[in-house]
Design a protein. Structure first.
Length: 258
């Protein structure tokens, strides 16, 4: 029994009976029109914000504590997502293999998976790069460590070299917004809603092109000017996704249907 059919039916009926439908991106609005034939004038776009903790600058002292707690390297790229086919972690691994002799910066992964996780581990090990894939879910840390509650995420973000987000499809892409608020350069695939979120504050690549991704990663790692420019643009882009703007957009929807 495939539960997707049940969910599709529920979504279609909900869209049909609702006075208004809130979409979290232009991409989602287009999908609702395309797949469920929802009238365009019934759909309102309300861009979400993210947890305000990502807007806080973490002290050097606490960063050092987090670095020690999770045995983080001095430099690392960051991937934040479940490890599933759509999230495309394997593309980062392929790009790192291409860069094997040009840089030795590891990838820290926040997220878990099953089959796909084992596949990327095997790929990296076969290419002599097993030590460059750091899976935080497999780390031996104390049960009190805040990783499980995400309290340490801002400190992990703020010490990374860049967030790499190779997803094939997203309705929004919350990790991109978390990175923008954290002052973390973003390297993102150029599909679905992701350019809506990152705007001109990211370096983009096609999610099926490892060579293109490798080039963008090398740009950030080898050129401090590129990284600084992305950080500055990131803070500007993040201002489009404040909690207040999100609340105002939701209120606007209610005002339209009252």
């Amino acid at each position: 029994f495939d539960e997707r059919y049940v969910h599709r039916h529920k979504i279609k009926q909900a869209c049909k009976t609702a006075d208004a439908v809130i979409a979290i991106s232009k991409q989602t609005k287009a999908d609702l029109i395309n797949f469920y034939q929802v009238p365009e004038n019934k759909i309102f776009i309300s861009y979400q914000s993210c947890n305000p903790v990502f807007q806080q600058t973490i002290s050097a002292e606490y960063k050092a504590i987090v670095k020690k707690r999770y045995h983080l390297p001095d430099q690392y790229f960051l991937f934040v997502s479940s490890i599933a086919p759509r999230k495309n972690l394997v593309l980062i691994c392929k790009a790192m293999i291409l860069l094997k002799d040009k840089m030795d910066i590891p990838l820290v992964v926040i997220g878990d998976g099953k089959k796909e996780k084992e596949e990327v581990k095997k790929l990296m090990q076969e290419n002599g790069m097993g030590n460059r894939l750091i899976l935080m879910n497999e780390m031996l840390v104390s049960k009190e460590a805040a990783f499980t509650t995400a309290a340490d995420f801002p400190a992990i973000y703020q010490q990374a070299l860049a967030l790499v987000y190779p997803s094939i499809f997203e309705g929004f892409g919350a990790p991109l917004l978390e990175a923008l608020w954290s002052g973390l350069p973003v390297i993102s695939s150029n599909t679905s809603s992701l350019p809506e979120v990152a705007g001109d504050a990211a370096l983009y690549f096609s999610p099926d092109n490892a060579e293109e991704l490798a080039h963008q990663m090398l740009q950030v790692a080898g050129n401090s000017g590129v990284a600084i420019n992305l950080r500055n643009k990131g803070f500007e882009q993040a201002q489009h996704f404040t909690t207040q703007k999100y609340a105002d957009s939701i209120m606007h929807v209610y005002q339209q249907i009252i």
